[in-house]
Design a binder for this molecule. Structure first.
Ligand SMILES: [Ca+2]
Ligand SMILES: [Ca+2]
Length: 180
């Protein structure tokens, strides 16, 4: 009698558990592992170039193969907003997305004045990177990021680690225009 009652209760419960387990498995394929769970330990120049290519493609909104001054400025503002919100920079490396934390993360969004400061900074960077024709190509953009990589690689070993990594992430965040 008791065992019959137990079976009546247990079987639906088991079925429910099996269904839940089944759906859990179905909902967590490897591809859905959070992309931002891996902190970078080091970055190579090829990673910086890979990240730059991805960033360029996202920033080139009208897909004409160039970044306009506006597209470049929007990239800076979006980068700063994301860095403030997340407290890290996501870097699209050769082996996948890695994160590097950035200082003073704040959840509030940027003020109009802060966006203007980032835009001003972006304008002077843009003129420098794009050159006299004021057309910023993909290779100019990637080269500028590689130059940045080299300038940040203080010990000249071709790899960014520790404080170099932090400086690289901070440079990508564009927060220097608002934090200093
Ligand atoms: Ca464009
Ligand atoms: Ca180094």
């Amino acid at each position: 009698m008791i065992s019959a009652l137990f079976q009546k209760i247990a079987l639906p419960a088991l079925a429910a558990a099996a269904a839940a387990g089944g759906s859990l498995v179905a909902r967590t394929p490897a591809i859905e592992v959070p992309a931002y769970d891996l902190a970078a330990r080091s970055l190579e120049a090829s990673d910086a170039a890979h990240q730059a290519e991805r960033a360029f493609d996202k920033a080139d909104h009208n897909k004409d193969g160039y970044l306009s001054a506006d597209e470049y400025a929007v990239l800076g503002i979006v980068s700063a907003e994301l860095a403030r919100l997340n407290g890290f920079i996501a870097i699209d490396t050769v082996t996948g997305v890695r994160t590097v934390s950035v200082p003073k993360p704040v959840t509030a969004s940027l003020s109009i004045a802060q966006k203007a400061a980032i835009r001003d900074q972006a304008r002077s960077e843009y003129e420098w990177i794009a050159g006299d024709d004021l057309r910023l190509t993909r290779s100019e953009f990637v080269d500028s990021k590689l130059e940045e990589f080299i300038s940040i690689d203080a010990d000249r070993n071709g790899i960014l680690t520790g404080p170099e990594l932090s400086r690289f992430a901070y440079a990508q965040s564009k927060l220097a225009a608002v934090i200093g």
